[in-house]
Design a protein around this ligand. Structure first.
Ligand SMILES: [Zn+2]
Ligand SMILES: [Zn+2]
Length: 254
């Protein structure tokens, strides 16, 4: 599987964009960065978007993608998430006030975006992968995604503070190749991280202790650019595991 990093930071500055990952050219995990990076052709190829939660840094480019697809008459694109996450997006973003409701444009039968609710803990088949959402621990309803593909599996943990279920699931996977996980704040901002449902290098380390299987590759993202250097240094001091800091534009083959 090819994973292209469209954006991978916990804030936006020139050269630092919010999370978006393109899998095999047609499946997005989060849509914080899409239309500012992908060409028209690449945007048309997107079939589905898995949404970890409805915070703007993870969904904002669905708005611009929908607008582009409508003009190009190349749709629908499915927005896959739990019903709770979908409800937040419908009520607050695609509400015909902040942005048009593209799930009824040009008409409800043949719309630009189609919301596809899923239940946590239950596997669903999409194109050539199987996905399972697992609830994690953030300030709003948020899920991790386990994505099983031919040859292995990968987990996108989403924004979260300390959590349990995803590690129990991970420990049962036989061929887990990679985990994409956030680390937003440096260690001395532990209180802020705790209050906002995020990790520091220290709390990340505690989390990785819960992983009992042979260590898959760990890819870190959602770092706050303002604290980038300190976080990278603190992650470097963690002794164990194959931890890499993601970079924008990177393409990972797993
Ligand atoms: Zn968030
Ligand atoms: Zn976020």
């Amino acid at each position: 599987m090819e994973i292209r990093v469209l954006g991978c930071y916990g804030a936006q500055f020139p050269g630092y964009n919010t999370p978006g990952f393109l899998l095999n050219g047609n499946l997005l995990v989060d849509a914080g960065t899409v239309t500012s990076v992908l060409t028209q052709e690449e945007q048309i190829n997107i079939d589905q978007i898995l949404v970890t939660h409805a915070h703007l840094d993870h969904v904002k480019d669905i708005a611009f993608l929908a607008d582009n697809l409508q003009l190009q008459k190349t749709y629908p694109v499915s927005i896959v998430a739990t019903q709770g996450i979908i409800d937040i997006m419908r009520a607050n973003l695609f509400n015909n006030v902040l942005w048009p409701d593209f799930s009824t444009i040009p008409n409800a039968k043949d719309p630009v975006i189609r919301f596809q609710p899923i239940k946590p803990g239950r596997p669903y088949s999409l194109n050539d992968v199987k996905i399972t959402a697992i609830e994690v621990n953030h300030t709003v309803e948020t899920v991790a995604y386990v994505i099983e593909y031919e040859g292995g599996s990968v987990i996108f943990v989403g924004d979260t503070g300390p959590t349990e279920e995803i590690w129990m699931v991970a420990n049962k996977l036989k061929d887990l190749h990679a985990i994409f996980i956030e680390t937003s704040f440096p260690n001395d901002m532990k209180d802020v991280a705790e209050a906002t449902g995020h990790f520091t290098p220290e709390t990340l380390n505690n989390e990785l202790e819960k992983l009992k299987i042979q260590a898959p590759d760990i890819y870190l993202y959602h770092l706050k650019p303002q604290h980038y250097d300190v976080i990278v240094k603190e992650v470097g001091l963690l002794e164990k595991r194959n931890i890499q800091i993601l970079r924008e534009g990177e393409i990972i083959q797993i």
